[in-house]
Design a protein around this ligand. Structure first.
Ligand code: GDP
Ligand code: ZN
Length: 293
């Protein structure tokens, strides 16, 4: 029996990387009865055969998994937000952050298209960068069109499995292409010139950037908080999480409760008002969603 990691799934075949060898495997074994489907990113035990083929016998426990794209054991999510075109939105960024935090995936924030900013706009974006850095996030201002504005990003990927996240048009494919031109993801421009839509269904594959692996498809297409309970929401706001043990009431929702340490921190400007407002907005979304059956 050998061990490896699935790096690609295609029409019922799983490509398992084991040391420096790749095995094309089919699923077999006990996990089938448990209705578990192998995912890209899974650590597996497999039975090798000749010619670099084999059978997957067991799937190791996952630290997390995504449905879209279907991938397991993700270490890091690179959230790409554009500074303009489309305009920078802290609401959207916070939505991504909450979803990623709730899956216990480490987020990194890249703000793209800074080549398009005038001085005032750049100052404004830098203020947001500071807000998020104060919370503890890593934030980089980047451009795919101007190498001078592209900091060294490859070390971010080292020894990790990362997914890119971010709305359409923010510059994810352009960024991946400049990071590693051999990957050549389709950008909007290319697909436009070929006259076809961008969102064709594809398989998922982990590709190498630097010393890390990156899913070749954007993550988090679903931006609803379906799997998050109201009581857990504040856990996904690190600056709330750091203070909520000081709230007077156990189970404080940091909403209408008196003597709430989170609200006090908002009043003292230790927590950004916009973050708190987004918290309240997400809380209401969760509280008013239809019950799940
Ligand atoms: P995706 O949908 O997130 O993958 O976005 P794309 O990479 O397809 O980029 C969308 C559009 O924005 C394309 O027309 C790109 O050429 C443009 N774009 C992407 N990054 C930058 C950037 O850093 N600066 C400028 N000026 N344009 C960019
Ligand atoms: Zn509170």
């Amino acid at each position: 029996m050998a061990e490896g990691r699935i790096i690609k799934a295609l029409s019922g075949f799983y490509y398992v990387q084991s040391d420096n060898q790749q095995f094309v495997c089919k699923g077999r074994g006990l996990f089938r009865n448990k209705k578990i489907t192998p995912l890209v990113g899974d650590y597996v035990e497999f039975e090798p055969k000749d010619d670099n083929e084999g059978y997957i016998m067991e799937i190791k426990e996952r630290s997390n998994e995504l449905v879209r794209p279907p991938i397991a054991n993700i270490d890091q999510a690179i959230i790409v937000s554009s500074a303009v075109d489309p305009d920078f939105s802290t609401l959207l960024l916070d939505r991504f952050l909450v979803l990623i935090e709730s899956k216990h995936i480490q987020p990194i924030i890249l703000i793209t298209k800074v080549d398009l900013l005038n001085e005032d706009q750049l100052e404004n974006i830098k203020l947001y960068k500071q807000h998020y850095e104060k919370i503890g996030y890593r934030v980089e201002l980047v451009s795919s069109k101007n190498q001078d504005l592209l900091p060294e990003l490859e070390p971010y990927f080292d020894e990790k499995v990362s997914v890119f996240a971010g709305q359409s048009g923010v510059g994810k494919s352009s960024l991946i292409n400049v990071l590693d031109p051999s990957l050549l993801l389709e950008t909007a421009e290319i697909s436009k010139s070929l006259g076809r839509g961008k969102h064709t269904t594809r398989h998922v594959e982990l590709m190498k950037i630097g010393n890390g692996l990156v899913a070749d498809t954007p993550g988090f297409s679903v931006l609803e908080f379906r799997e998050i309970e109201a009581e857990e929401l504040a856990d996904s706001f690190p600056e709330f999480n750091a203070r909520m043990h000081l709230c007077k009431f156990r189970g404080c929702m940091h909403d209408k409760e008196p003597k709430c340490a989170v609200k006090e921190a908002v009043e003292n400007e230790e927590i950004a008002v916009f973050r708190y407002n987004h918290y309240l907005r997400f809380l209401e979304e969760i509280q008013t969603r239809k019950p799940r059956y």
